[in-house]
Design a protein. Structure first.
Length: 137
């Protein structure tokens, strides 16, 4: 029997005066294709309830350990957050933003896990690895 996951994912990305709003929206939907987006003045906001495509990108790019570090490093109770570089997202790539803020701005993502728990959900989207390969927990 497969596990049922219940999550709420909030996505926000600034839209600067030098940017085209639709390109910022494209960057978000490249990484989160099922996101329901709303354009607000100077910002794109979105919500999604699955990170399956995002998980596929993490596997394809072989950055599961990096992702796990970001998720657990930014955990608060039943939620975790992370930021992504917009330019990489526009090119269908995941690039976590760490350190100094990116000059083009970042896509901020907050994931609240309702079922089952944060550890299980992180294991689902970015499983632990051994020698760079995912291992079944």
């Amino acid at each position: 029997m497969s596990q049922i996951y219940s999550v709420d994912v909030e996505i926000t990305a600034p839209v600067y005066d030098t940017e085209v709003t639709s390109r910022v929206a494209d960057a978000v939907t490249n990484v989160f294709p099922n996101a329901d987006l709303e354009e607000e003045f100077g910002e794109i906001r979105g919500e999604v309830h699955s990170l399956d495509h995002f998980s596929e990108l993490l596997h394809r790019q072989e950055i599961l350990d990096t992702a796990r570090g970001e998720f657990f490093g930014n955990r608060e109770g039943d939620a975790f957050s992370f930021t992504l570089k917009k330019q990489a997202a526009f090119e269908d790539r995941v690039n976590f933003s760490v350190g100094e803020p990116d000059e083009l701005g970042e896509i901020a993502v907050r994931v609240r896990v309702h079922e089952p728990d944060v550890e299980s959900y992180v294991d689902h989207i970015a499983p632990p690895t051994e020698d760079g390969r995912p291992v079944d927990a």
